[in-house]
Each structure stands twice: as structure tokens, then as C-alpha cells.
Design a protein around this ligand. Structure first.
Ligand code: ATP
Length: 595
């Protein structure tokens, strides 16, 4: 209960202003509905026994005496009206509240995504993408539907419970005391025996469902290899094992979830006997009938209320880890969002002519040796620079540093004379990046090139120009619907080479100052690669090109070749100069038939 209170208070700090007021208003309105409900039930409870036994009754508080059957008829009409009124008001309240809760979900989702996207690259590298997707979807949904909404409903249940007991206390103090003790013991036992297990089952369900989803996602991505190596059965068995634990936990959660209802319903019988006994001891048979009627009506309101209370506690207990995770991520992301608001917003210096790396060193968190060590180089804008070296020599890391995704531990990168962190936003908007494997989304060619999810933000002429420069316009225009044709899931309706060229077009769409190609043409056939490379070479002069390539034919005409070994830049110059300076590079060049 305390943990729930703490979590909800923390949630308030990340939800829009006015949430606290909304929750308070919602609680008050729920309580008022409970008053209407209890007034109806209380009235019924008080008049039931005299009506059945034909006795006169003076209503407490208002002091009206009822004796004739039509008097009781009027009271029954009032009871019915109160119940209908409560239902209408409850529906209106639900309509209003569900809209607000939907809004809360949107705000939480947006904050969480912002926190995820603003996190430093090193942190994002350490996260599993399926976990991120699950957190922003199921996590946010569960925080609102599994924690916030049940918490808000709690006040109504507590108030109903208290109000029913108040009615009982006024009508029959001894009976009320016995009820509190009796249901208190039942509720405590339910908490100890059932609720704790239900919470644990809910947490297990969450843990194993997440694991199963991660496994399936990983397996779908390696479907081809799994099929070829005939591993489908092994995969199915592994997923089944995890699923079994998730579904067993879910089954336990569902089973334990319904137990309180049946236990409490059964306990009502015991309560009726105790109530009847107390009434009999106080006032003989009439006392017993009155007490049973009173307890019966009150109990039928108390039991659902207690059941919902238990359900809410179970539900919030199981979902709290989701909320805690969402809150933790938003909290962590806050500092990045703030940092972004305060830094990196300056414009690029006018007439910038060079990108300069000055003794840049970077070590990945947890690694013992730097991936990039003491690298200094200057790239005049408009030139082409090739990064070469053995696998693991630090080329991609250096590229990520130049892109501003990673930040040097020591040394600095300058655009002209401005440190990169000062102009980071403007810099990122002017670098085009083509990865080794371009990720396309299931949308039109135009949307993929413009990296836009709304056609209104697409400049179609620019899309055609970028496709043309990437040697892909003819292919696209020969397809049905041209640039408006879809590319399929992950671009699977295109060939590997076409996907890569679409990636090049995407990078060129924003008229970059620097185009970074990280093994971007290695999937292309030699003639397409030659065509793309020559198209890119034509760009030099207007665009600086940084190429990472293992195929040396791709980079032999680069104005500057930088050879890396174990994170260090060991030689730089023209292709011929590096061949002359580095025997192992010369060997590779010879093997490629380039010397
Ligand atoms: N996210 C990471 N966390 C820790 N170490 C990493 C990470 N990414 C790369 N490394 C390590 O940093 C070093 C440089 O890796 P990098 O990817 O920059 O090499 P590369 O020259 O681009 O290799 P390749 O040609 O195979 O792509 C390697 O030793 C690698 O294991």
C-alpha cells in the first residue's frame, strides 16, 4: 500500500500539471457515488425487516414514521431512483475519466520515448531493442491501466466500505463492531495467503512474457539462418519453455484473482450467522431477523467492495514494476533532455571549411582498452576521406564520434574552430549517414528517402534528385506507383543492392555537408558499386565523403586514406602513400590487384 502511494506520487511529478487535482476530484466524485449507493442500500436495509414483518418504522435522522404499505412503496421508489441516478452519474464519470487516463498514457509514452531517444549513444547500445519497444508500449499501458486507474478507484471502494460500516454503526453498533473484526480477519488471511502469491504471479508473468517476446523477436530476425540450419524445433522448444512459465504465471494470477470473491461470498454466510446470533442475543427472534436483513443487505455491498479492493491491490502489485521502470527511465532521461535543451544549439560557423579531430580518444563503458586512441586528422570540406584497417581497428567507432553520437573521453572534434558539442544539432542535420545495412520501413519509397511519416513533409523533387544521385531513380520509376510505391516490410520488395542505394538517397536527401558511408556499398555488385561510387565521387567538391570500406577498389581514388590499427591512426595520405608506408596495407592492396 505504501509502495503504491509512493509510486503514484512519483507518477504525479511526470504527468501534466493538474493531475493531482484530477485524481482528487475523481476520488471525491467516486466517494459521492458511494454515498448515493450506500444511501440506497442503507434505506433498503433499514426498511426491509419492518416491511416484511408489518411493523411501523421511524426513519433515523429524518424522523419520518412509515406504517402503511404505500409508505414503503414510496421508499422503494426512492431507493430505485437513487440506484438509477448513481448509475447515470457513474457512466458520466467514467467517460470523463477514461479520456483523461488516455491523455496520461499519451503523455507518459511521449516522455518515455523522449527519454529513450535523448539517451547517450553508449547507453542505447547497452539496451535491448525489444525491451525498449515493450517498455514504451506495454510498460506505459500497464502503468496507467494497472496502477494509476486502480489507485483512483481505490478511494471509491474504501469510501463505500467505510460508509456501509457507518450505516451499520448507526443502526446496530454491536453488529458493526463484529462485522469489522470478522471481515478484518478474513481480509488479512486473504492478503497473507492469496494476495502475495497473486502479486508474485503477476510479476513472473511480466518477466517471462518479456523474455518470450525478446526471444521471438531475435528469432524472427534470424529466420533464414534458423531455417537453413534446421533449428526450428530447438527454437520452438526454447520459446515454449519460456512461454510455459509465462502462461503458468498468468494462470496462477487469474486463479488467485478470483479467489477473494468466492472466499468473501462464502464468508458472508458466516457473517450472517454471527449477525443473527448477536441480534438474537440482543432482541430475540425479531432482533435476529433485523440483524440478518441488515447484515445481508450491507454484506452484499461490502463483499464486492472488499473483493475489488483485493483485486486492485493484486493488480497494482503486479504492475508496479512496470511503473517503476517507466519512472526510472523518464527520470534518467530528464537529465539528457535538459542537457539537450541547454547545449549544442549553436549554428555552424559560416563558411566552415574543415572538420578537425584533435587527439581524440574513446573507450566504451566497461572496456579495458580504448576503441579509438589519440586520433588527429583534418578533413577539408569537399574532400573524400577513406577509413581503412582490419576488423575491430576502430573505424566505426571513429565514424560514430564524427557523427556526434559518441563523445570523446579526451581530445576534441572541431567544425572549423567550434567544438562539436556546441554545434551538435546543426552538425547532425548536415551529416548524411549510410550504414552497412540500411533499415527501411514498410512505407513508400518517398517516405523512406525523406525519412518522413507524413507526406506533407516530403519534397518530391528533392526525393527524385536524391534517388537520381544514388543511381536508383530509373529502378524506382519502373516500379508501379514510382516513388509512391511501397517497399514492403524492412524493404524486402527491393534487392539488397537497391535497399543500400535507397539508403544513399536517404542520406543525400538533406543536402549533407558530410556523407558518411560505413561499409555502405559492400552489399552491392561490382558494377552497381562502381556506379554508386562514381556518383558519390562526383559529389566531392560539394559534399565531403567519409568512406569506411574493406574493398580497397572502392576507396583507391580517395583524396585521403587513413589506415587504422588497434584504435590508432597509423598512416594517412593518398592511397599510394599509405601503401608505401604500411607493409600490411600494401599486402592487402596487392591482393586486391591494386598495385
Ligand atoms: N558497443 C560496444 N561496446 C563495447 N565495445 C565495443 C562496442 N562496439 C565496438 N566495440 C569494440 O571496439 C573496437 C572497435 O570496434 P569498431 O566497430 O569500431 O571496429 P571496426 O574497425 O569498425 O570493425 P569492422 O571493420 O569489423 O566493422 C572493437 O574491439 C570492438 O569489439
Amino acid at each position: 500500500m505504501l509502495a503504491l502511494w509512493r509510486t503514484v506520487r512519483q507518477l504525479m511529478t511526470v504527468l501534466p500539471a493538474g493531475t493531482r487535482r484530477f485524481i482528487a476530484t475523481f476520488a471525491v466524485l467516486q466517494s459521492l457515488l458511494a454515498v448515493l449507493d450506500v444511501a440506497a442500500i442503507g434505506l433498503l436495509a433499514i426498511v426491509l425487516a419492518p416491511m416484511l414483518t408489518g411493523q411501523e418504522l421511524t426513519l433515523p435522522v429524518v424522523g419520518i414514521t412509515l406504517g402503511e404499505p404505500q409508505d414503503f412503496g414510496v421508499v422503494l421508489l426512492i431507493v430505485g431512483s437513487l440506484i438509477v441516478l448513481k448509475s447515470v452519474l457513474a457512466i458520466s464519470l467514467q467517460w470523463w475519466a477514461t479520456r483523461r487516463f488516455a491523455r496520461f498514457e499519451q503523455v507518459l509514452g511521449a516522455r518515455l520515448l523522449a527519454a529513450t531517444f535523448k539517451a547517450p549513444w553508449t547507453e542505447r547500445l547497452s539496451r535491448n531493442s525489444t525491451d525498449i519497444i515493450r517498455s514504451t508500449d506495454v510498460g506505459v499501458g500497464s502503468t496507467v491501466a494497472g496502477v494509476l486507474i486502480p489507485f483512483c478507484q481505490l478511494s471509491g471502494e474504501v469510501f463505500t466500505f467505510v460508509a456501509v460500516l457507518a450505516v451499520l454503526l448507526v443502526a446496530q453498533p454491536a453488529l458493526a463492531t463484529a462485522t469489522i473484526i470478522y471481515f478484518g480477519i478474513v481480509a488479512f488471511l486473504l492478503y497473507r495467503v492469496v494476495l502475495r502469491r497473486a502479486v508474485r504471479a503477476g510479476q513472473d508473468n511480466r518477466k517471462f512474457s518479456a523474455r518470450a517476446m525478446r526471444l521471438v523477436s531475435e528469432m524472427v530476425h534470424s529466420l533464414k539462418e534458423v531455417t537453413l540450419r534446421d533449428k526450428s524445433q530447438e527454437v520452438a522448444d526454447t520459446v515454449l519453455k519460456v512461454r510455459r512459465r509465462a502462461s503458468l504465471a498468468r494462470a496462477n494470477q487469474n486463479f488467485l484473482g478470483v479467489i477473494p470473491r468466492y472466499v468473501l461470498e462464502a464468508a458472508l454466510v458466516g457473517g450472517l450467522i454471527i449477525g443473527g446470533l448477536i441480534g438474537y442475543l440482543q432482541d430475540g427472534v425479531t432482533g435476529a431477523v433485523t440483524a440478518i436483513a441488515l447484515f445481508g443487505v450491507a454484506g452484499f455491498r461490502l463483499v464486492p467492495s472488499l473483493t475489488r479492493f483485493q483485486t486492485i491491490m493484486g493488480q497494482t502489485g503486479a504492475n508496479m514494476p512496470f511503473a517503476e521502470q517507466v519512472l526510472e527511465e523518464i527520470e534518467r532521461g530528464k537529465e539528457y533532455v535538459d542537457a539537450e535543451l541547454t547545449g549544442g544549439n549553436e549554428p555552424l560557423p559560416g563558411g566552415a571549411r574543415t572538420l578537425r579531430l584533435d587527439r581524440v580518444t574513446f573507450t566504451y563503458p566497461g572496456a579495458s582498452t580504448p576503441a579509438v586512441k589519440d586520433v588527429s586528422l583534418t578533413l577539408p570540406f569537399g574532400h573524400t576521406l577513406a577509413l581503412v584497417g582490419a576488423s575491430g581497428s576502430g573505424k566505426s567507432t571513429l565514424v560514430d564520434l564524427i557523427l556526434g553520437l559518441l563523445h570523446p573521453d579526451s581530445g576534441q572534434i572541431y567544425v572549423e574552430d567550434r567544438p562539436l558539442p556546441d554545434v551538435l544539432k546543426a552538425w547532425r542535420s548536415r551529416v548524411g549517414y549510410v550504414p552497412q545495412e540500411v533499415t527501411l520501413f514498410d512505407a513508400t519509397v518517398a517516405r523512406n528517402v525523406a525519412l518522413a511519416w507524413d507526406d506533407a513533409n516530403i519534397d518530391e523533387d528533392q526525393v527524385r534528385r536524391a534517388l537520381d544521385r544514388a543511381q536508383l531513380l530509373d529502378v524506382v520509376e519502373s516500379r508501379p506507383d514510382g516513388i509512391h510505391g511501397k517497399v514492403g516490410e524492412r524493404g524486402l520488395q527491393l534487392s539488397g543492392g537497391q535497399r543500400q542505394r535507397l539508403g544513399v538517397a536517404r542520406a543525400l536527401y538533406t543536402d549533407p555537408l558530410v556523407l558518411v558511408m560505413d561499409e555502405a556499398t559492400s552489399a552491392l555488385d561490382t558494377s552497381t558499386e562502381a556506379a554508386v561510387t562514381s556518383a558519390i565521387r562526383e559529389l566531392s567538391g560539394e559534399v565531403s565523403v567519409i568512406v569506411v570500406a574493406h574493398r580497397l577498389a572502392t576507396i583507391r581514388h580517395s583524396e585521403q586514406v587513413c589506415f587504422m590499427r588497434e584504435g590508432e591512426l597509423v598512416a594517412s595520405g593518398t592511397f599510394a602513400e599509405v601503401v608505401a608506408a604500411q607493409p600490411d596495407f600494401a599486402t592487402q592492396a596487392a591482393l586486391a590487384g591494386l598495385t
